[in-house]
Design a protein around this ligand. Sequence first.
Ligand SMILES: [Cu+2]
Length: 225
Amino acid sequence: MKNFKSKMLFYNIFLNSSSISISVMEEFHDYTMMFLSAIITFIMIVMFKILKNKMTNYKFKENMNLEIIWTMLPMLILLMIAYPSLYYLYLFDLMINPSMTIKVLGAQWYWIYENFDSNMGTSYSSYMTPDNELIKQEYYKMGWRLLETDTRLIVPYGTEIQCLTTSLDVIHSFSIPEMGIKIDAIPGRLNSIIFQVNKPGLFYGQCAEICGTGHSFMPICMEAI
Ligand SMILES: [Cu+2]
């Protein structure tokens, strides 16, 4: 029981990054925050000094060196942010050799997963486990209400997986925060994303595009094995 409680706490605060792309995104976020906090600190100090001091430094009015510095420095900072940002953006789109392809179809209001890499292509629907059935199982205590499904999407960890999404009716969005996946499932369109799961485990997600009355009740449950 104690174990259940600690796990519940873990799931409710912050999710761990469990795929390569989300780890990189997290790193990039921290890198950008470094500039952000430095700029905010600097601006706060300058503002405080100006407010406190009634006199104006005459060097502020016509100073060529100062002008050059405060034009070049923001440009440099922007370049330092833009380069890794674009680099990662195109890196995530790169599909070199995915070892597996899964097709995800959104439907009102459940998900259909298709795996056509094996000799016999499989297709299965994944519905949310309703409360009256979930309460019979031990793991409802872990706070996975409205997240557990009857059939899980099973993927191998440690390999590149290509995920194609489309929809049968309206726009849905296939999203698993721990994986850094959020991809729209649009009828008549095939969107693709690539991801690599770091570790085995259960990963939960929900539809991220308002799609009707059952929108809250079409969770995604991925099992990496
Ligand atoms: Cu939805």
